[in-house]
Design a protein around this ligand. Structure first.
Ligand code: E4P
Length: 215
């Protein structure tokens, strides 16, 4: 399972890259707005850190505009992937861009039926938002199970990026289901790593080491 980091914060991205765990980055306009830097400049800085897919969101509301944005991203860096919302102009743009060999990630996905159309349109990635489904009392993880099954049934190449992750159990459950990728906020990466018994065990070993007579 590949790990993407779900942030536009350069320090957080560098930290995960230094850990050797960075397979890609996902951003969205909300995350970018927190960084107080022009979006294009920020995207270029992220692409310097991350060799894998750097997902950046198109904001045009018509297919031609989205296609133009995606072409421009692709020209700037081949590892930019254009995130496109799941709506009619978006799917039209995904099809056009697939024909041109330009990768897309369809975002704001909340149902298996959307996922089926997205794969048929030729998207490289699909981003189901499981946390936002949980927030409204739907089981977000059911969507991941459905998408993984549907894509396997028909050998679709579209990869499932589990998005809107809120806690470590989301990551573990996605791994059990066999999702291709999970995009994880920085605080959840910390929670995946930390265990109080590890901290207690390390302290005990260091304390006991100090008691060993020095030769
Ligand atoms: C994914 O690509 C999105 O940026 C992100 O996962 C949305 O998460 P949220 O629902 O916590 O905003």
């Amino acid at each position: 399972m590949k790990l993407f980091i779900d942030t536009a914060n350069l320090d957080a991205i560098r930290r995960v890259a230094d850990l050797g765990l960075l397979d890609g980055v996902t951003t969205n306009p909300t995350l970018v707005s927190r960084e107080k830097m022009p979006a294009d400049k920020l995207y270029d800085e992220i692409a310097k850190i991350c060799e894998g897919p750097v997902n950046v969101e198109a904001v045009s509301q018509d297919a031609d505009g989205i296609v133009e944005e995606a072409r421009a991203f692709h020209k700037r860096a081949p590892n930019f992937v254009t995130k496109i919302p799941c709506f009619e102009p978006g799917l039209k743009a995904v099809r056009q861009l697939a024909e041109e060999g330009i990768p897309t990630n369809v975002t704001l996905v909340f149902s298996p039926s959307q996922g089926l159309l997205i794969a048929k349109a030729g998207a490289k990635f699909v981003s189901p938002f499981i946390g936002r489904l949980d927030d409204i009392s739907h089981t977000g993880m059911d969507l991941i199970e459905d998408l993984v099954m549907i894509y396997e049934n028909y050998d679709f190449d579209t990869e499932v990026v589990v998005a809107s992750v809120r806690h470590p159990l989301h990551v573990l459950e996605a791994a059990r289901i066999g999702a291709d990728i999970v995009t994880i906020p920085p605080d959840v990466i910390d929670k995946l790593l930390k265990h109080p018994l590890t901290d207690i065990g390390m302290k005990k070993f260091l304390d006991d080491y100090a008691k060993i007579p020095k030769g």
